[in-house]
Design a protein around this ligand. Structure first.
Ligand SMILES: Nc1ncnc2c1ncn2[C@@H]1O[C@H](COP(=O)(O)OP(=O)(O)O)[C@@H](O)[C@H]1O
Ligand SMILES: [Mg+2]
Length: 380
């Protein structure tokens, strides 16, 4: 739409709103951020018109101002140009006014395109970590990924357990393409390249698998992990990162890029000790606690440590308790995550609830918070 200020006749076919003064025009602009043209009629005072234009040039550069004047001379043109008026048109010259309006609208389109950088959707990165092996990282990572995919999210599992990754075996897919294939793309990875690395598992759920031979793990630079995550988050709603049981540079790179950290523990003292060390380490590195969840896996295992014991040791609240069940290893041996094989199983329900309440509900600013905190730590 076009705003007309004190313009008696409007030759245009498009609808326009008429206002009596520039203050009202300004309010109309504030009300409608998509508005991109103001035609100022000959009865509006010249200096006021130029001040209005100069203000808009800074505040709303996409909005064009066209001045209609009874007399147009060089002085007026110079002044108008300096204030940022797009065109000055003689009153009554309808053809000139309409042509000027068309040119201004075209220019506004370009200004907007440059002004508003392309909005690539930014998926969320979730890193699942435990400093002790066997806590259930891989199981949990794959199952939250499956739960998110079941909620219509496009999900990718990235297996960062580079030396001993077992995402492929857990879902029984053949690792024909792995992170190793990304090596030649380092430094110029794009979506097409990343897509060629993926192993599709089910609709909405893809895997980026770990190298097949442990020796290849050493060839993968940590920077490539950052690059992969940056590209993958533009392709998926969620990227779930499975990790090895150690704070490698690769894991820290993933944590830097993460919107959420899921830390797992089981009810045994070594796992708890390592969880405590992990939390201290994450605090030391200034990762935000707001993006952290503690998951108590095999919570009902009858070994004497309760959820209360865990919370006391880790001095944090548990976000989810996943019971122990032999159906979990059974589902792995069959190559189908339990949330897919048996959605009603208590393990599946606990995992799905966690995915819904802690992950699906995430908001974009959380990521920025995590990043800001990490940068503040000065590690980069
Ligand atoms: N909630 C559970 N109940 C029973 N077994 C589980 C549960 N979670 C994991 N497991 C089993 O524990 C073993 C280790 O799990 P895994 O996910 O491979 O751990 P990590 O990746 O942390 O080393 C697997 O055999 C898996 O089946
Ligand atoms: Mg694992």
């Amino acid at each position: 739409m076009t705003i007309l200020c004190q313009l008696a006749t409007w030759p245009g076919e498009t609808t326009a709103s008429t206002v009596d003064d520039l203050d009202t025009a300004l309010r109309a602009l504030i009300d409608d951020p998509a508005e991109d043209l103001v035609v100022v009629g000959p009865d509006t005072e010249k200096d006021e018109s130029l001040r209005f234009t100069a203000h808009l040039r800074i505040d709303r550069p996409a909005v064009g101002v066209i001045l209609v004047r009874r007399h147009v001379d060089v002085d007026l043109l110079t002044e108008a140009l300096r204030a940022g008026v797009r065109e000055v048109v003689t009153a009554g010259d309808d053809a000139a006014l309409l042509a000027a309006c068309d040119r201004s609208r075209a220019l506004s389109g370009h200004v907007r395109a440059v002004d508003e950088p392309m909005q690539t959707p930014q998926g969320k990165v979730v890193t699942v970590f435990a400093a002790k092996g066997g806590c259930g990282k891989t199981t949990f990572a794959i199952n939250i990924a499956a739960a998110l995919a079941a909620a219509d999210q496009r999900v990718c599992v990235l297996d960062l357990d580079l030396a001993f990754g077992d995402v492929a075996i857990n879902v029984q897919v053949e690792p024909l393409r792995t992170i190793s294939d990304a090596l030649p793309m380092g430094g110029h990875l794009d979506t097409t390249g990343a897509a060629s690395l993926l192993t599709p598992y089910r609709p909405g759920l893809d895997m980026l698998l770990a190298p097949v031979t442990p020796g290849d793990a050493e060839k993968v630079p940590a920077a490539l992990v950052g690059e992969l995550l940056a590209v993958l988050r533009g392709m998926f709603d969620f990227v779930v990162v499975d990790t090895p049981a150690q704070f490698s540079e690769h894991v820290l790179t993933a944590m830097d890029a993460s919107d959420h950290h899921v830390l797992l523990t089981t009810p045994d003292t070594p796992a708890l000790k390592n969880m405590r060390i992990t939390l201290d380490m994450l605090d030391l590195l200034s990762y935000s606690r707001d993006i952290r969840s503690i998951v108590f896996n095999r919570s009902d295992a009858k070994v004497g440590l309760s959820a209360g014991d865990v919370e006391r040791v880790v001095r944090s609240t548990i976000s989810a308790q996943v019971p122990s069940s032999r159906n979990v290893p059974i589902s792995i041996n069959k190559g189908t995550p339990i949330v897919i094989a048996t959605p009603a199983h208590p393990v599946s329900q606990a995992i799905t609830r966690f995915a819904r309440e802690r992950l699906l509900s995430m908001t974009a600013p959380a990521r920025h918070k995590a990043f800001a905190a990490r940068r503040g730590a000065g590690r980069r």
